[in-house]
Design a protein around this ligand. Structure first.
Ligand code: UDX
Length: 445
């Protein structure tokens, strides 16, 4: 099949590349000419394991193309995936301007029966808006071309996006049109080889499924973070509690790791958007509001523990920070707890030496220049270099090389042997035996 994918961010690029890998001819469209030029040469603007080789190979085989012209891409295809951003507006609602802008352009260039697929995470009712915009464009041209708008949300985790696309838990297709359902069935057949994972449902149901999935996962995280806070007060080790509740198959072990809060491009934005959606229909989202509130607090929890230990004025103190990305496996700093902590520490007068295995370049480019100019933030050359003469080490992202560090080497490098473990990576007892003062999240410390 010939496909058009609009937007070459995480979702668009992974979607287009994986469909090309299955033998389709895919044209990816982006309005940014520099990005398109880079992609044509096989340079990938994001860090995503496995994506590099897949893009290069499919470009070489002629199955994957990049262009800035939607009209050109649409000339050869009848299935268009919308995979552009839906950032938060100031009030928490999803900004649909890019989605609707693309819909307008699709309406301008549509020639015959087409299937328009919403991949972007969008509020319930967006497919209807997309339909209205396209119909208005067609009417202006005096055309009555039949088309369908399908909701097909993505469930891709950064760092595991290729695996998630190739071996999905489920594929959600929201449509009430038989021809559109048949096209989607054909398209996803190679991803359903040993059993059909596709769930067909109404368009609005599919839109809601995506928000509900992310909100449920965020709820699990905020729940365990709240329990961890209580454990801190009651002298209980949350790690034992986590294992104790996870063994109940109704609860399960995943997404109940306490930490310094969830970040990234999805959970914070989508929880805000579903809250806004509820408010817009005069429904009080009591649970979701608490999930959001707990996470706002949780992203400050390391700073609050540091303040409790070192006092309000941190001037003259230096902290060694391990991890900047919002989670391991990515260089993404969006909504990262590390960035929240940097603001707090530097704001209180501290200096920070930071190290991340992958996100150093992103940090250099995206964090405030003044921090580097004033020497408030130093990017270390190595994880141990980040600990040179520091008053405490703070682990924010649980990258694998941070899991079993050389405590002896750390102790020798640091001015004061204090560890703030924002992801409960170390056994408090082992850290203490190695001569460290240890502060975790809900770990009797
Ligand atoms: C998420 C969803 O998992 C994915 O299905 C959706 O399509 C996009 O949003 P992603 O943002 O890549 O994916 O990250 P994810 O691995 O889900 O982690 C999100 C955040 O939760 C991270 O900051 C992570 O550190 C945090 N987290 C996760 C916890 O604090 N505790 C946990 O137990 C799990």
């Amino acid at each position: 099949m010939n496909l058009t994918v609009i937007g070459t961010g995480y979702v668009g690029l992974v979607t287009g590349t994986c469909f090309a890998e299955m033998g389709n001819t895919v044209t990816c469209v982006d309005t940014d000419p520099a990005k398109v030029a880079q992609l044509k040469q096989g340079q990938i603007p994001i860090f995503e394991p496995g994506l590099d080789d897949l893009v290069k190979n499919n470009v070489k085989e002629g199955r994957l193309r990049f262009t800035t012209s939607l009209a050109e891409a649409m000339a050869d295809s009848h299935v268009y995936f919308i995979a552009v951003g839906t950032p938060s507006n100031g009030d928490g609602s999803a900004d649909l301007s890019q989605v609707l802008g693309v819909a307008r352009e699709i309406g301008e260039h549509m020639r015959d029966y087409s299937v328009v697929v919403d991949k972007s995470t969008v509020p319930v009712g967006t497919a209807e808006k997309v339909r209205d915009v396209i119909e208005t464009e067609l009417a202006q041209r005096g055309e009555t071309i039949p088309f369908d708008v399908v909701s097909n949300p993505e469930f891709l985790k950064e760092g595991a996006a290729i695996e998630d696309f190739m071996r999905p838990d489920r594929i959600i297709v929201g449509t009430d049109s038989d021809p559109a359902r048949d096209i989607m069935r054909q398209l996803y057949a190679p991803f359903n080889m040993n059993r059909d994972r596709t769930l067909y449902m109404g368009v609005r149901d599919a839109e809601m499924t995506k928000y509900a999935a992310n909100a449920m996962l965020a709820t699990k995280i905020s729940f365990i973070n709240e329990i961890a806070g209580l454990c801190d007060m009651l002298h209980v080790d949350v790690e034992n509690v986590r294992l104790g509740i996870g063994s109940d198959s109704r609860i399960g072990y995943s997404f109940i790791y306490p930490g310094c809060g969830y970040g990234g491009s999805c959970f914070p934005k989508d929880v805000k958007a579903i809250i806004h959606l509820a408010e817009s229909c005069k429904f009080e989202p009591k649970v979701l509001r608490s999930v959001e509130e707990r996470n706002q607090h949780q992203r400050r929890v390391l700073y609050l523990k540091i303040r409790e230990r070192f006092g309000e004025d941190l001037s003259g103190l230096t902290f060694g920070m391990w991890g900047l990305a919002f989670k391991p496996g990515t260089d993404d700093l969006r909504e990262a707890p590390a960035v929240v902590l940097l603001h707090e520490l530097i704001g209180a007068g501290a200096r920070v030496r930071a190290y991340d295995p992958v996100a150093m370049e992103a940090a250099r480019q995206q964090l405030p220049k003044a921090w580097f100019d004033n020497g408030d933030l130093i990017l270390a050359t190595h994880q141990y270099d980040a600990l040179q003469d520091v008053d405490a080490m703070v682990l924010v992202t649980e990258w694998k090389p941070f899991r079993t560090p050389d405590f002896h080497a750390m102790h020798k490098l640091m001015k004061q042997p204090v560890i703030f473990d924002g992801r409960n990576q170390y056994e408090p007892q082992s850290a203490k035996q190695a001569g460290f003062e240890y502060v975790g999240i809900g770990r009797k410390s």
